[in-house]
Write a protein that binds this ligand. Structure first.
Ligand code: SF4
Length: 289
C-alpha cells in the first residue's frame, strides 16, 4: 500500500501530548476501579464547576460563557502553541501509524508507546501486513505497553477491517472510524484531528475534568462533553484545544491539587482556588464551591 503523506515529526518535545491513555476504547481498567476522572475529582474535594456544587453553568448566560470560552481558547493557544499535528506527542508517520500508536497508548505513557511503536511499524508497515500478523509475535512486540493481548487483538482486527472494507486506507469519517475494532469516538477524533487535520475533539479524562472545572460543561458523559465543547468552539480549533487541555491538565490543572496560583486561566475559571489569605471574590464569575 502506498503510504499517506507524513503528518508528524519524529521528535516529541516535552510540551507535546497524546490523548490521555486512560480508558482507551476496548481496554478496561482493573476490576473494581472507578473512572479516573471521578476518583480524582472526589479526591480533589469535588472541585468541579457545574457539578453538584453549581458554578457558572447556573447563572452565566450563553453569550457570556461563549465569550469566556473564547478567552480560554486564546490563552491556551498562547501557552501551548502549534496545530494539533505539532502538539501530538505520539510519534507517527501517517494515519495508519497514528492509529496503531493511539491503540497502543491505552493505559500506557506516550513515552513507552514511542519506544515500542517503531518496532511495530517496522515489522508491519501496512494494514495488510498487520492484518496477517501472528498474534503471539505481535503480543511480544507490544507486551511492555500493558494489556498486550487485548491490544494485539484490536490492532489485528483494525488492520483487517481497514484492508477488507476500506481498501487499505484509514477512513476519515468518524462514523467509519468507529466501526474499526478498538476504535471509539476518542481515538477516531484523534485520527481525524491529528492525522487528517479534520474537525475532531477527543475527550479524555483530562479534557473532561478541565471542561467541568472551567464551567464549560456540567456533563459527565464524554460524548455530551464533546458536544458542549464543540458548540462553544469553532471546529477548526477542536483538535488543538483537546491537546492543550490535556497539556494544561498534566502540568497545571492536575487532578488532585490544581495549581491555580500559577494558572493562566484563573481569572476565567469558576473553580479557581484563591491564594492563601485572599478572600473569595463576591462578584464576577461565580465560584463552583
Ligand atoms: S484556575 Fe486553572 S488550575 Fe485552577 S481549577 Fe481552574 S483551570 Fe484548574
Amino acid at each position: 500500500m502506498a503510504k499517506a503523506k507524513s503528518v508528524a515529526t519524529r521528535a516529541a518535545p516535552a510540551h507535546k501530548t497524546g490523548v490521555s491513555t486512560m480508558h482507551q476504547e476496548g481496554i478496561k481498567p482493573a476490576a473494581g476501579s472507578k473512572p479516573d476522572a471521578v476518583v480524582k475529582e472526589k479526591a480533589a474535594g469535588g472541585r468541579t464547576a457545574g457539578g453538584s456544587a453549581g458554578g457558572p453553568t447556573r447563572r452565566e448566560s450563553k453569550a457570556a460563557r461563549a465569550a469566556r470560552a473564547a478567552e480560554i481558547v486564546e490563552r491556551l493557544a498562547s501557552a501551548y502553541p502549534g496545530v494539533a499535528t505539532e502538539l501530538c506527542a505520539l510519534v507517527h508517520g501517517d494515519p495508519f501509524e497514528l492509529l496503531v500508536a493511539t491503540i497502543l497508548s491505552a493505559q500506557c505513557t506516550d513515552e513507552r508507546v514511542n519506544l515500542v511503536a517503531p518496532s511495530v511499524f517496522a515489522r508491519y508497515p501496512t494494514p495488510e501486513d498487520l492484518a496477517g500478523a501472528e498474534p503471539g509475535e505481535l503480543e511480544d512486540l507490544i507486551r511492555s505497553t500493558g494489556f498486550f493481548r487485548a491490544k494485539a487483538q484490536s490492532l489485528i482486527g483494525m488492520a483487517r477491517a481497514v484492508s477488507e472494507r476500506f481498501g487499505g486506507e484509514i477512513p476519515r469519517a468518524l462514523e467509519d472510524l468507529v466501526t474499526l475494532p478498538g476504535v471509539g469516538r476518542k481515538t477516531g477524533n484523534v485520527v481525524r484531528s491529528v492525522a487528517f487535520s479534520l474537525p475532531g475533539l477527543p475527550v479524555d479524562t483530562h479534557v473532561l475534568r478541565l471542561s467541568r472545572r472551567l464551567g464549560l460543561t456540567s456533563e459527565t458523559d464524554p460524548v455530551k462533553v464533546e458536544s458542549d465543547l464543540c458548540a462553544l468552539v469553532a471546529e477548526e480549533a477542536w483538535g488543538a484545544l483537546s491537546l492543550r487541555l490535556i497539556l494544561h491538565g498534566r502540568q497545571v490543572c492536575v487532578a488532585r491539587s490544581p495549581r491555580c496560583g500559577i494558572c493562566i486561566l484563573a481569572d476565567r475559571c469558576p473553580s479557581a482556588q484563591p491564594a492563601a489569605g485572599t478572600p473569595a471574590p463576591r462578584s464576577g464569575v461565580p465560584k463552583a464551591r
